[in-house]
Design a protein around this ligand. Structure first.
Ligand SMILES: Nc1nc2c(ncn2[C@@H]2O[C@H](COP(=O)(O)OP(=O)(O)OP(=O)(O)O)[C@@H](O)[C@H]2O)c(=O)[nH]1
Ligand SMILES: [Mg+2]
Length: 561
């Protein structure tokens, strides 16, 4: 037996210490990761991380002076026999009828009080809890003070409840001693379903080949070598492997030494949780990947979005109306006064869209309080162009992100799509189109038009007066001459001609200024519409990209073991 114990010490490697503060920092990082991805990634992918955070928090809050070690294995491998041999008492029934152990038994070394909360959490019924504290033992058992040993049911049980109980407990205990026997040590179930799954928990895994007395002394090393090879394949290289004989105290020395060392180190709980963090981080790695988070949506896609938004908001229709409104209003202000009134009868093109009318136009003040414009609704083509542009923004922003993220980015980009039409309409209604002041030159030209019209009226009056005097036989007025033309005639004709001339000369200037007013309005509208796009589409996308960056940083912190 001492040979076997010697072999055990050679491969034992429980020397890697886990710093409690560093572990808590890693768990905090996992918590930050979960906060960052909350609502963005499928909940199903996050279950192990949530479970870890909850379990680790509870385990660390409970006694850190106790080490919970579970004896796990196939039915009949000798778990209960080892449990009793370690306790040196017959606590858990050992039987020939399989399976024997149906519920977990616990044995606590040292006072039970401190361990009770831990056993409540683990879920061992009080009637199956035992205390290994006897005055008769003197100091024999002090080396194991702090140990809580669990005798588990069989994991390969015909009883489904046994398997469920084992799986539940394996997620909670600090260390697992896997018990195999010479007949079944190579069984696929234990290797494929259990040991392989525990490869990140090598630091808290011990494997014992029990019933070693059933092998000849020459066979023991051979079977241990074979088992070691299988464990290497399972990814459990270097885990302590020892042979035990539950029915012979000498065959328990190696396992007892291992237990004492585990209890003395007070490291198993921390190592187990560190292994859990490793497992969770490895599982989450593909959700975050190595891609650097994009700074934000790219410029080309944003330009496309702004164009599509402008189209959907009816910016072309409004700018067209601005140009016509400018011509309309300039015509009314600078046109020939004889026909000006007639112009005013025609409706203002901007008012027709329920946009601000000419300055001082109070014809319907209530209407100006209504945000909704009568800008035509977007066509089906404009709507689908907007949909595509939003998609393109999301696709470009999420191009380098792992598969789990593009969906979240697209949802964010589309999250406020329903509010966009109203927001765009309000923006159009609230944009200063640059037409609310009459240019000075309109007033100057208008003044000239009034002057020449006045001259024509004076000329006409003068002529009418002269004609009336002649009809009544009264002395005629002495008409001054302008060249060969009498002054009243010159005033009338000159005034009329000058009016038409000023109107003709003004027309191309008005057209040019109307185009400029249109360009200015287009610039302002495009800028305001882009702000709406920023608020309703780009900001939600940026928030998701920010969450990705936070999740990535958090996972990197959690991975630092
Ligand atoms: N010779 C020998 N027999 C053993 C040894 N360990 C256990 N046995 C016997 O193997 C049988 C099964 O032992 P248990 O301790 O009940 O096995 P278990 O793993 O608890 O089984 P379940 O509770 O059914 O999961 C009993 O008859 C034990 O006496 C050992 O080291 N050597
Ligand atoms: Mg048993």
């Amino acid at each position: 037996m001492s040979n076997i114990a010697g072999r055990v010490r050679e491969v034992f490697r429980g020397d890697q210490r886990v710093d409690a503060d560093a572990l808590i920092a890693r768990l905090d990082a996992v918590r930050r990761f979960l906060t960052a991805v909350d609502g963005l990634l499928p909940d199903g992918d996050l279950v192990p991380a949530h479970t870890l955070v909850e379990r680790a928090g509870t385990r660390l809050a409970l006694s850190r002076d106790h080490t919970v070690v579970a004896l796990a294995g196939a039915t009949g491998s000798g778990k209960s026999s080892l449990f009793n041999a370690l306790a040196r008492l017959e606590l858990s029934p050992v039987g020939v009828r399989r399976p024997t152990t149906g519920v977990t038994h616990a044995c606590v070394w040292g006072p039970l009080e401190g361990a009770n909360h831990l056993l409540d959490w683990i879920g061992v019924l009080p009637r199956h809890r035992f205390v290994r504290e006897s005055a008769l033992d003197a100091d024999d058992e002090t080396a194991l003070h702090g140990l809580i040993l669990l005798d588990l049911p069989d994991f390969d049980s015909v009883q489904r409840s046994h398997r469920l109980e084992v799986d539940r407990l394996l997620g909670l205990v600090d260390q697992v001693v896997w018990v195999v026997d010479p007949q079944k040590y190579a069984d696929r179930v234990i290797h494929d379903s259990y040991l392989r799954e525990f490869h990140r928990h090598r630091d808290v895994t011990v494997v014992v080949l029990n019933q070693a007395d059933r092998l000849s002394p020459a066979e023991v090393p051979r079977v241990l070598d074979d088992l070691r090879r299988l464990l290497d394949t399972d990814g459990l290289t270097g885990v302590p492997l020892l042979a035990t004989t539950a029915v012979d105290p000498a065959g328990m020395v190696g396992l007892r030494d291992t237990m004492e060392r585990t209890v003395a180190e007070r490291q198993a709980a921390l190592r187990r949780l560190a292994g859990d963090v490793d497992t969770v981080v490895a599982g989450l790695d593909q959700l975050v990947g190595t891609a650097r988070p994009a700074g934000g949506p790219d410029d080309t896609a944003v330009d496309g979005l702004n164009r599509a938004l402008a189209g959907a908001a009816g910016v072309p229709a409004v700018t067209e109306a601005v140009e016509r409104a400018y011509r309309h209003r300039a015509g009314a202000a600078t046109g020939w006064p004889v026909v000006r009134g007639w112009r005013r009868l025609r409706p203002d093109p901007l008012r027709r869209l329920h946009l601000p009318g000419p300055p001082g136009d109070q014809s319907d003040p209530a209407e100006s309080l209504v945000a909704a414009t009568s800008v035509p609704d977007p066509t089906a083509a404009q709507r689908s162009a907007l949909g595509l542009a939003i998609r393109a923004v999301a696709d470009r922003a999420a191009a380098d992100l792992p598969a789990a993220w593009p969906g979240a980015v697209t949802s964010a980009a589309r999250s406020r799509l329903g509010d966009l039409p109203d927001a765009l309409d309000r923006t159009i209604a609230g944009t200063d189109l640059g037409l609310d002041r009459r240019p000075v030159w309109w007033r100057a030209v208008g003044g000239v038009q009034w002057l020449v019209t006045l001259a024509a009226v004076v000329g006409l009056g003068w002529l009418v007066l002269g004609y009336a005097l002649r009809v009544l036989g009264l002395p005629a007025l002495d008409n001054p001459m302008v060249g060969a033309v009498p002054l009243p005639t010159a005033l009338l004709l000159g005034g009329l001609l000058a009016g038409l001339l000023v109107a003709a000369l003004t027309r191309p200037v008005v057209r040019w200024a109307a185009r400029r007013a249109r360009a200015r309005a287009e610039q302002r509208l495009t800028a305001r519409v882009a702000q709406v796009g920023d608020e309703y589409v780009l900001t939600p996308v940026r928030i998701v990209l920010g969450s990705y960056a936070q999740a990535r940083d958090a996972l990197r912190d959690a991975a630092r073991g």
